[in-house]
Design a protein around this ligand. Structure first.
Ligand SMILES: [Zn+2]
Length: 667
């Protein structure tokens, strides 16, 4: 049976038996607290977007058509996730006519109610006469998007080429409700299609399996033949050029960076896809294309199906590009084909994708990037949210503790190849579905029945308790790289560091991974004694200044956290050069947490004109959260919204407990 014909999933994400009881009645009350929608009451068969992009007004307007099948009799309302920035003009419903008579179109009444700081609920009344279980309704919403968190309009000056404007969307986790009204929960998947009208010279790309362009209408047509959750619907439009880099892969970028992008990726992507297919089964999405976005893209990369979005700043470092692209490729299986049903269990996507990414690199290169030490994160367990926007869960912990849990499962089953075959079977079983941890664990115990008898399996502790991982994966494959780092860290940890021994380590010959790991450890140990800081600066500051931004930002965070004033000019010039979210937010947070807030405000006032408005707002919040703006730094008074955060460890709440699940989203 093809997945497109699978029966609708009940609210516990399992297929109900026709006419029988729900497969999991005790969990059927479980809701996605990050969604206001009544997605349990309908099956979403498909939706279509017909939008016109207006770069001058920074608006998209048009209509969305949803094909919905009510699952119960007597459903009187349809509740969709929306956002205060969506201007809804009208909503109507097409009711299939009786045999021989034309379909009728009814105008529906609706209202937009507040829900959380990241969305609203669009409540649509359905006349009793139109709702019949299992009969498809067509709901058409006419609307205009304004300044919402999902849509980033960039003036030409904010793009790499600085000649044409660009717009992109970023739906993860709960932002797409400001792009189109939807069931904005990863529990619901559907196919979609789109028609996008644009001015001449603009190329539009979407996360779809097919696309076409009609010169005459200046319209791009897209269709995604596989079901995806709302957060994976993505669009980018601007001056974008393609170049083929493999039989099923193409790079898209602004013309000025296309050559560099192709030279960095040429030949590699197909190799990684082939290795991943060998491990986890066929890549189901057809194409694997990559689009490079300007530095204001709020995250490093986003696994939009068929079309990974990646920040162009990454082109500075070959190694990081490699890891990030492999991670997004891994999402083709883990996260996109099989998705976490709620944001409470985001580790099901990120932990598994991180595990898969490391399996691919181990197969392709014989090693994987080292794990950052987690011992300091004592408060965190695999799945708990503390009343926060789910977007802020994108932190190191979701990835690394999830990875440790998956590695623990792999360790339990004895050998890594058997675990690979379990993962193939997991993908086969749940392809195009959304799952909860129990689905994975039940399948796991079914696959390795001998483990059912085993005492001391700690699944509950892993999922629900706080604290460092209960099992640390074997990292010996990377020891050849980590050992020198470990030795140098120990030398710097001694009471009187030995200059000659330290000088015998040549950082300029190290890989970015090694230098980053070394600096991460120093960052974890900060604050350091002032004389150690002076000595560190003397040994490394000039050298690190010539390295890539991933290395530089870590050194500068060490400088700031240790209040090491002699290197402050380097912080200033870095912040003048880099105006992307991933490099500014962590530094501003460190500056503002310490005594350097005035310095931060001064640099901000000098550079803010070159920042994307969303980033400007985030930095204003960081700068002025607990104080009023200093009067000598005039700032535009922008409304405060909650843009998507950068995935950094500093996103973690500093107090309280977080576990792998039960992320407590505030509703
Ligand atoms: Zn990921």
């Amino acid at each position: 049976m093809s997945d497109l014909q699978r029966p609708a999933l009940c609210c516990c994400r399992k297929a109900p038996v026709e006419g029988g009881p729900s497969p999991c009645p005790e969990r059927c009350q479980r809701v996605d607290v990050a969604s206001a929608s009544n997605f349990h009451s309908f099956r979403l068969r498909h939706f279509h977007l017909d939008l016109r992009l207006d770069f001058a007004a920074k608006e998209m307007s048009g209509r969305q058509v949803l094909e919905l099948v009510p699952l119960q009799a007597g459903v009187q309302t349809l509740v969709l996730d929306a956002h205060p920035s969506l201007l809804v003009h009208s909503i109507d419903c097409t009711v299939p006519g009786a045999a021989g008579s034309p379909d009728r179109c009814l105008s529906l009444t609706y209202r937009l109610d507040p829900f959380t700081d990241y969305g609203s609920s669009l409540i649509i009344s359905l006349p009793a006469a139109v709702v019949r279980p299992r009969r498809t309704l067509q709901i058409t919403v006419r609307y205009t998007t304004t300044d919402g968190p999902a849509i980033w309009w960039l003036d030409a000056g904010l793009t790499s080429g600085q000649t044409s404007p660009l717009v992109f969307t970023q739906g993860h986790s709960v932002c797409n409700r400001s792009f189109f009204p939807c069931f904005d929960t990863p529990a619901v998947k559907s196919t979609y299609s789109a028609t996008v009208h644009v001015p001449e010279g603009v190329t539009v790309l979407m996360s779809s399996s097919h696309s076409a362009y009609s010169e005459q209408d200046r319209a791009f047509q897209f269709s995604m033949e596989f079901p995806v959750p709302a957060y994976l619907v993505a669009l980018v439009a601007g001056d974008l050029q393609p170049a083929d880099i493999g039989p099923r892969s193409r790079v898209w970028a602004e013309p000025c960076i296309l050559t560099s992008a192709v030279s960095k990726l040429g030949g590699s992507v197909e190799r990684w896809l082939a290795v991943a297919e060998g491990l986890f089964g066929p890549y189901v999405w057809g194409r694997y294309d990559i689009v490079f976005l300007p530095p204001s893209f709020p995250v490093v990369a986003m696994e939009n199906p068929c079309l990974t979005f990646i920040i162009s700043s990454i082109l500075e470092s070959h190694e990081f590009l490699l890891i990030d692209v492999i991670h997004e490729i891994a999402h083709g299986w883990f996260g996109n084909a099989v998705t976490n049903a709620t944001w409470e269990e985001m580790w099901l996507s990120e932990g598994l994708a991180t595990y898969a990414q490391r399996r691919i690199t181990t197969e392709a290169y014989g090693m994987h990037r080292c794990l950052r030490v987690l011992n300091n994160d004592k408060h965190i367990s695999l799945s708990i949210f503390l009343g926060v926007n789910p977007s802020s869960l994108m932190n190191l912990f979701t990835y690394e503790k999830g990875f440790c849990f998956v590695s623990y499962l792999s360790h339990l089953c004895g050998d890594i190849q058997s675990f690979d075959s379990f993962l193939r079977s997991y993908i086969q079983q749940f392809q195009f579905c959304s799952v909860v941890a129990e689905d994975l664990l039940n399948l796991f115990l079914g696959f390795f029945p001998q483990l059912k008898e085993r005492e001391g399996l700690d699944f509950d502790r892993w999922l629900n308790e706080c604290g460092p991982p209960l099992y640390e994966p074997d990292l010996s494959a990377g020891a050849i790289l980590t050992e020198p780092v470990q030795c140098l860290c120990e030398l710097w940890g001694e009471e009187v560091p030995e200059p000659q021994a330290i000088a015998s380590f040549d950082l300029s010959s190290w890989s970015t991974f090694q230098t980053v790991l070394f600096l991460d450890r120093l960052l974890d140990r900060s604050p350091l004694p002032q004389e150690v800081m002076t000595h560190l600066s003397c040994c490394y500051s000039a050298l690190l200044d010539g390295m890539n931004a991933e290395v530089q930002i870590r050194w500068l965070q060490i400088v700031v956290r240790n209040r090491f004033y002699p290197d402050l000019p380097r912080v200033r010039s870095f912040l003048h050069k880099h105006t992307s979210r991933m490099y500014t937010v962590p530094l501003y947070e460190d500056l503002c947490a310490g005594v350097m807030k005035c310095f931060a405000a001064e640099v901000f006032s000098q550079t803010q004109a070159r920042m994307h408005p969303n980033l400007r707002r985030t930095l204003q919040q960081i700068l002025f959260q607990s104080s009023t703006p200093p009067s000598e730094t005039p700032l535009p008074l922008l409304p405060v919204t909650s843009p998507a955060p950068t995935p950094t460890p500093t996103d973690m709440p500093s107090t309280g407990c977080i576990s792998l699940r039960n992320v407590n989203v505030s509703a």
